[in-house]
Design a protein around this ligand. Structure first.
Ligand code: UD1
Ligand code: CA
Length: 466
């Protein structure tokens, strides 16, 4: 028998007022992934037949942000007015009508939920043959949550904080807002939910009482790690959850053989990979799809974004690398800026105050101090002296500078692109190079120095006469 198809619905239409943000709440990021993307990754583990996101506030922005996702079968429905969680789920009807299986309802703002908890929910749900199963937790301070009311030990209804009696407020078992529902009776039952409550909203948890009156089985599945069901409602909660997520990522890295000098100040995004025996100093940011090899040193204050770093690379302090590749054994920094589209070859050196943009540095090439190399290729073992600048932009277009291998570019040279310095050529310090330099040639592009003998004494004499 085929297993029951799973249909996930994610509620993400709410405003998130307490975030005080122009951006929809679910699009705030935690360690490089939006809150809702984290929820969808968890949902994907269930191999769902459909995933429906209910959008409302900032609907277009949420759709746009999730548009690139192809690893779950995404559908969007819009809840024009936020009339409550029951009303929100009703919006998924056009996607789910005529389908069979189990609906798993998630909140778009609960990012720590694990797939294991959802598996446990589904197991409890099918074991009880339930119409609805609620994920609950025991919170010593349950303020603000819906409370699980039990009769003879069995769940009979859920009451919201605002609608609860004093006695009900003392109940510590809370509703996580995560549920499994049998699809077949769901939408008919949702139609029966009213708005006779403190907020005048359609409360999804009212489904419990509706099913119990119909004598349909309702089950619960308790989650012991309460942190998992924490919702994000404020910037403080965003920061707290972010800290927990980062700590977990750092623990994974350390377990895989990475040294973190100070895990509390190491900021590594979800998808970053780091090889063993790499040492990461404090205040380092590794972001996006960055991959770091093994036995590297990444020193304090550096930030590496969407880049691939080979083995044994030394990134000295305060270096920024973005959308670039650095091959094994290279040295960067301190204070280097490797901008998008750059490739630093094996054993190359990029020193202090050197900026690269769309530039390929060959194997063992060096630019050790104070240089700007943009739209350039530098061949193997070439040396670019301090103060060298590629003039890659003429005010309208960008042009290429091609430096061959074994080239020596003297300090303070100005390379006016397009220009080619062929293999083994030499550029005299202080040259403005405006024409191609043949292989093995010396180019001198500056006025010859003139010494005026006795000039200082003559000037003094002239001054004294006046
Ligand atoms: C809800 C539950 C409460 C539970 C708590 C757990 C209800 C009535 N109460 O309360 O029992 O303890 O979650 O966190 O369901 N949303 C929509 N459209 C709406 C209203 C909400 O999409 O019209 C979305 C929100 O964006 C959010 C989720 O549904 O992602 C939960 O809504 P929220 O208003 O935060 O519910 P709570 O008051 O927290
Ligand atoms: Ca909430």
């Amino acid at each position: 028998m085929m297993p029951d198809p799973i249909h996930v619905v994610v509620l993400a239409a709410g405003k998130g007022t307490r975030m005080k943000s122009q951006r929809p709440k679910v699009l705030h990021a935690i360690a490089g992934l939006t809150i809702i993307e984290r929820v969808l990754r968890t949902a994907a583990a269930l191999k769902p037949a459909t995933v429906t996101v209910v959008v409302g506030h900032g609907a277009d922005e949420v759709r746009r942000s999730l548009a690139p996702i192809t690893w779950v079968p995404l559908h969007f429905v819009t809840q024009e007015q936020q009339l409550g969680t029951g009303h929100a789920l009703l919006q998924a009807r056009p996607v789910l009508d005529g389908k069979k299986g189990t609906v798993v309802l998630l909140s778009g703002d609960v990012p720590l939920l694990t797939a294991a908890t959802l598996q446990a929910l589904l197991a409890a749900h099918s074991e009880a043959g339930a119409a609805a199963t609620v994920v609950t937790a025991d919170f010593p301070r349950p303020f603000g949550y819906g409370r699980i009311v039990r009769t003879n030990g069995r769940i009979s209804k859920i009451v919201e904080e605002r609608d609860a009696s004093d006695a009900q407020r003392k109940i510590t078992e809370i509703n996580s807002g995560i549920y499994a529902f049998a699809l077949e009776p769901l939408f008919t039952a949702l139609d029966a939910i009213g708005t006779a409550n403190n907020q005048g909203e359609y409360y999804l948890p009212d489904l419990v009482a509706i099913y119990r009156k119909q004598r349909k089985p309702v089950a619960t599945s308790i989650v012991t790690r309460g942190d998992e069901i924490r919702g994000i409602n404020s910037r403080t909660e965003l920061a707290e959850v972010t800290r927990m997520v980062r700590q977990q990522k750092n623990e994974e890295l350390m377990a895989a053989g990475v040294t973190l000098i100070d895990p509390a100040t190491t900021y590594v995004d979800a998808d970053v990979v780091v090889g063993p025996d790499t040492v990461i100093y404090p205040c380092v940011f590794l972001e996006g799809s960055t991959k770091i090899g093994s036995a590297c040193e990444i020193h304090a204050g550096s930030r590496i974004v969407n880049s691939t770093i080979g083995d044994r690379v030394c990134v000295r302090n305060h270096t920024v690398v973005t959308d670039s590749t650095v091959e094994a054994g290279a040295f960067l920094g301190p204070f280097a800026h490797v901008r998008p589209g750059s490739e630093v070859g094996e054993d190359a050196h990029i020193g202090n105050f050197v900026e690269l943009k769309k530039t390929r540095m060959g194997k063992g090439a060096k630019a050790n101090h104070l240089a700007y190399l943009g739209d350039a290729t530098v061949g193997g073992a070439s040396n670019v002296g301090a103060g060298t600048i590629t003039c890659n932009y003429d005010g309208e277009k960008k042009h290429q500078t091609v430096i061959g291998s074994g080239v020596f570019v003297g300090s303070n040279s100005t390379l006016v692109a397009p220009v080619t310095l062929a293999d083994g050529s030499y550029i005299a310090a202080g040259s403005a190079v405006t024409a191609d330099v043949p292989a093995g040639a010396l180019a001198i592009g500056r006025a010859r120095q003139e010494n005026k003998d006795g000039w200082v004494a003559k000037r003094k004499e002239a001054k004294a006469k006046n």
